[in-house]
Structure formats: structure tokens, C-alpha cells
Design a protein around this ligand. Structure first.
Ligand code: GLN
Length: 496
């Protein structure tokens, strides 16, 4: 049952201000960076008690940085592209001197002694940090309900989940508590919450953006990306955070294009592949299917050619991911031993018990489940049957994409099979929860860039999202198609 809209909906449907509009306002002196920061901090005070997007609010630092930008502006100094833009960061991205918890008791008191590469780039570009946002513990989940510090609500309907694991970052932008935010995406954790919260959510190519300072979950899949109101804002942020980094050996040494200038280019003649396995009515909400089909027809009316594509191995995506991701997680999380840093159980004396008790008390049940699955899949006698087999299937999924991109320029699918589900609906049923990653996981397994763009609302007023997947390093292509779709449909403002 739905409650009256006003009591459950705090998503702002009017005057949604993005980076580009606000930058113009700041440059023209219509608002100062400090005034803007204060407006957002007030908005956080007003709505965050209901939404709980933030784990930590860095008000003092934000005001200090904003005042400095105003001071520099008043002296006529040429300012960097994000000067004075208030943003939020998922709490698994390290911020020097600011607690970074991964929403886990294990890291409840962890204050990183170093800055992640992405945040360092943002501060250099003049962005203002408003705070750190909630997530599923260690980014494992699809609803932000496995956070050790309480769940986040969906701003469109507070009885619903915002998606996950970057639910706090998505909810913060959707409820106008910040202009944009960063999240991380291992199996869909940016695109799925973006779909549930009516936002643009971009997961770049694996290696496009440095992972230095992102707390590792599954290192061959993790990638940092953004939540924004518009595609142009996503292009803007990607331009700032992308690029090579000697601190991350998997970060690609390729130049960063000017994404903004590519957005306007005509999309006429582009071939868009509809992956037929992703439109399988089994488990796909008919309202989602219809909105995405309508969006495909709209792209056709803009001059794109629609091509049906088959990617038969996609059906193995979830099974493959839920071997590979937990295996890597079990290795990555071995460092939390109660000795070097992180939570340490009290009242235990010998070494082995300190480690086992600290891990038993410091990790929540979903994290423990992943560690157990991963340790099993990697153990002698099982590694060939599980982990190695999963890696082979991963190659087959990658080949499906290669075959598809020989025929088309971008691929189009729904982002999630449903709209945002009710809080608590899947908390006792991990398999049901895992199914919400069905359509996002293949892009992670193949390392490809993918974006969620809002493409409608269901009959209860919840946003629906579609996903565009591009070939390796073809962020420009998906941004370009998404931008044309966005500006010619105005889906989000038609909800006024
Ligand atoms: N929901 C997926 C999982 O639980 C994806 C998480 C993510 O992308 N961080 O593993």
C-alpha cells in the first residue's frame, strides 16, 4: 500500500540543479560557494533524518573550503571546473583524515592516512565535500540494508529501498542533498541504485578511473563512477576523475577525451543492439519492459537503427559473478585480522581467537556469507570446479559482447528487472536480492562502460531506468546516446 505522496516522497521534482547550471550561477555571482554549501547543508538537516543517506557530514570543512573559493573568486583568480560544487562520496572511498567505514563495524573507527586518487582529483578541481554516504557493508548488497549503521530510504518513496550498494550516494543526489556523488560498481552498485532513484549513473570501463583508495571488494570488477541528474554532468565528472595513475597498476594509460564536446554530435545512423535475453518476460516487470521498449523506439525516431542481438551466455552472469566476486572478496578481506587495523574483539587472549572473534563480531552476516562462499570456491579440490570454471564462463560472456559489438555501436537493456522494492522485502532471501543484478553484472564481468538513464515511471510513481553498454573505453558513445535521449524526452521534468 502506498502512503500519501507528501509524507513519503522527498525527491525534488522541480528545479533540479546540476553541476553545469550551478557553475554558471557561481560564475555569474548569483550565488556564492558558501551560500550554496549552506543551502545544501540545510537541506541535509531537513531531509536526512528521513532518508539517512549520510554517515558523516563534513559541514565545517565544507564551509571552510567554500569560503576559500569565494575569496579566490573575489580576487579574480581563474578557478578549476568544479569550484564550489557540493558533492558527496561513498564511504568506501578513502578520504584522508575523514572516517571511512565501508558501513562496517570492522572499520567503524578507521581514519585513512591517505587520500584516494579520485577524491584528490575532485578537491583539485574545486569540489566541496559535504559528507560520506551510506552503503551496503563493504559494498555487498543491492538495497543498502546490510549497512551496520542503518538502512537508507528511497527518496521517491521512503518505504522503498534506494538500491545498493551505493544507495546513500544515489539517495543523496535524488533528494537534492548534494549536486552529484561518487559510488563504486562491482556488479551494478551504481547503475541499479541510479535506476531506483531516477538518476544518471555511470560505471566507466574497468581501468578508466583509478581505484587507488577504493576499499577493495572484488578487484577485477570494482570501478568508481558517478551519480548525477544529467548526462552532461556525468561527462563533466568523468573528465575530472578519469586518467592514468601510477598508484593503480590496472589503471589504463590512455588519454582522457573531452566528453562534453562529444555529447552534441549527431547519433543518426548509430546501431543500437537490443539484447534479446535481457527482455525475457520471465521475471521482467512489464512496466519496465514497456518503458525501455518505448525508449528504444524513441532512439529509432532520432535516426538510430535498432538491431536485435543475442548474448546467450548472459544467463550465466549471476552464477559466474557470485563465484568470482566472493572469491576475490575472501582474499581482499583477509587483511581484516583484528591485528593491524580495524575492529579488535575484546577479552580474548590468543592470536587465533583474536582473529576469528574480531572477524565474527566485526563483519555482518552478508559479508561473512561472501567470505565463506569465496573461501570454499578457492579451496583445494574445488578451485577447478568453481573458480576456474567461472573464469572460463567470464571469457564466454566477454566473447558474446565482442560478437555484439561487431554488429552494433551500443547495447540497450533495462537496468534492473523491477522498480525499487519495499524495504525488508528480500532481506531474508539472498538469492532474490542477487537477482536484481541480473542485467548489470555482464558489463562488470567484461569490464565495459555502462550507464543508467531514467526512462519513465511505473504506476506508483517510482522511476524506471534503462542501461546503455558501450565497448571498451567507449564512454563517449554511451554518453552521447544517453544525452540525446535525455534532452529530447525530458523524462525527469515531465514528472513535475
Ligand atoms: N549487488 C551486487 C553484490 O552484492 C553488486 C555490488 C556492487 O556492485 N558493489 O555483489
Amino acid at each position: 500500500m502506498l502512503f500519501p505522496a507528501d509524507s513519503v516522497c522527498v525527491a525534488k521534482k522541480r528545479n533540479r540543479m546540476g553541476i553545469i547550471e550551478l557553475r554558471a550561477q557561481l560564475q555569474q555571482g548569483h550565488v556564492s560557494a558558501l551560500e550554496l554549501t549552506n543551502q545544501y547543508l540545510e537541506r541535509i538537516q531537513e531531509v536526512d533524518p528521513k532518508v539517512h543517506a549520510f554517515l558523516e557530514i563534513t559541514a565545517e570543512r565544507a564551509r571552510f573550503d567554500a569560503s576559500r573559493i569565494d575569496e579566490l573568486r573575489s580576487k579574480g583568480v581563474l578557478l578549476p571546473p568544479l569550484a564550489g560544487i557540493p558533492i558527496a562520496i561513498k564511504d568506501n572511498i578513502c578520504t584522508k583524515g575523514i572516517r571511512t567505514t565501508c558501513s562496517s563495524r570492522m572499520l567503524e573507527a578507521f581514519i585513512p592516512p591517505y587520500e584516494s586518487t579520485v577524491t584528490e582529483k575532485l578537491w583539485k578541481a574545486g569540489a566541496i565535500l559535504l559528507g560520506k554516504t551510506n552503503l551496503d557493508e563493504f559494498a555487498m548488497g543491492s538495497s543498502t540494508e546490510t549497512s551496520a549503521f542503518g538502512a537508507t530510504a528511497n527518496p521517491w518513496n521512503l518505504t522503498r529501498v534506494p538500491g545498493g550498494s551505493s544507495g546513500g550516494s544515489a539517495a543523496a543526489v535524488a533528494s537534492e542533498e548534494c549536486v552529484a556523488s561518487l559510488g563504486s560498481d562491482t556488479g551494478g552498485s551504481i547503475r541499479q541504485p541510479a535506476a531506483f532513484c531516477g538518476l544518471v549513473g555511470l560505471k566507466p570501463t574497468y581501468g578508466r578511473v583509478s581505484r587507488w583508495g577504493l576499499v577493495a571488494f572484488a578487484s577485477s570488477l570494482d570501478q568508481i563512477g558517478s551519480f548525477t541528474h544529467t548526462v552532461a554532468d556525468a561527462a563533466e565528472l568523468l573528465h575530472v576523475i578519469a586518467g592514468e595513475d601510477y598508484k593503480d597498476a590496472t589503471c589504463l594509460k590512455v588519454s582522457v577525451p573531452n566528453y562534453q564536446s562529444i555529447l552534441q554530435k549527431s547519433i543518426s545512423g548509430l546501431r543500437i543492439g537490443l539484447i534479446k535475453e535481457c527482455f525475457d518476460p520471465n521475471g521482467l516487470d512489464p512496466q519496465v519492459a514497456s518503458a525501455v521498449n518505448k525508449a528504444a523506439s524513441h532512439l529509432e525516431s532520432l535516426g538510430c537503427e535498432l538491431v536485435e542481438i543475442s548474448c546467450p551466455q548472459f544467463n550465466y552472469g549471476i552464477a559466474t559473478y557470485y563465484i568470482i566476486a566472493p572469491s576475490e572478496a575472501s582474499a581482499n578481506l583477509a587483511r581484516y585480522d583484528g591485528m593491524k587495523y580495524g575492529y579488535r574483539a575484546e577479552g580474548v587472549e590468543n592470536l587465533a581467537t583474536i582473529t576469528s572473534q574480531s572477524r565474527a563480531q566485526g563483519f555482518g552476516s552478508e559479508v561473512q556469507r561472501r567470505i565463506l562462499i569465496g573461501t570454499y570456491a578457492l579451496s583445494a579440490g574445488y578451485v577447478d570446479a568453481y573458480y576456474k570454471k567461472a573464469q572460463q564462463v567470464r571469457t564466454l560472456i566477454r566473447r558474446d559482447f565482442d560478437a555484439a559489438f561487431a554488429k552494433v555501436d551500443v547495447l540497450l537493456t533495462p537496468t534492473v528487472p523491477s522498480t525499487a522494492f519495499l524495504a525488508g522485502a528480500h532481506t531474508d532471501d539472498p538469492l532474490q536480492m542477487y537477482l536484481s543484478d541480473l542485467l548489470t553484472i555482464p558489463a562488470n564481468l567484461a569490464g565495459l562502460p555502462a550507464i543508467n538513464i531514467p526512462c519513465g515511471f511505473d504506476d506508483t510513481g517510482l522511476p524506471i531506468g534503462m542501461q546503455l553498454i558501450g565497448n571498451v573505453l567507449e564512454e563517449s558513445r554511451i554518453l552521447q546516446v544517453a544525452h540525446h535521449y535525455e534532452v529530447t524526452t525530458n523524462i525527469m521534468s515531465s514528472k513535475l
